[in-house]
Design a protein around this ligand. Structure first.
Ligand code: FES
Length: 120
């Protein structure tokens, strides 16, 4: 059975990179605002179980496919785990350096400016 859980009002996430961490029946989930969309990620790092979503969120420098050109993505969507620094894209849950590693993500619905996580 799928359930919706109210986690915040949109006013609680006023700017790009804002976050709210909610407890849903013992599961901590963070909601992030990125480019006026909302994304939900488990507050759990797959490395050693650190509180991933309590880390800093920022843009990211990376290297293009040719291996020579630096690119800076200034969108604040890369969360850095406060324990050992692993970074994840909060819009996909994928690790920035190894996409085969990912943290759980959840569907988000906005209804009358209230934000809900949809979870089975
Ligand atoms: S627990 Fe997150 S990087 Fe180690």
């Amino acid at each position: 059975m799928t359930r919706r859980h109210r986690v915040a009002h949109v006013d609680e996430l006023p700017t790009n990179g804002s976050r709210v961490i909610a407890d849903i029946n013992g599961l901590e989930v963070a909601i992030f605002r990125v480019d006026d969309e909302f994304h939900a990620v488990a507050n759990y790092c797959i490395h050693q179980g650190g509180p991933l979503c309590e880390g800093e969120i920022d843009g990211r420098v990376s290297v293009t496919d040719d291996g020579w050109t630096w690119e800076y993505d200034e969108t604040p969507k890369h969360i850095r785990c406060p324990w050992h620094g692993w970074m994840f894209d909060v819009t996909t849950g994928k690790n920035d350096d190894a996409e085969q590693y990912a943290v759980p993500t959840y569907d988000v619905e906005v209804d009358d400016e209230e934000i809900f996580i949809v979870r089975g």
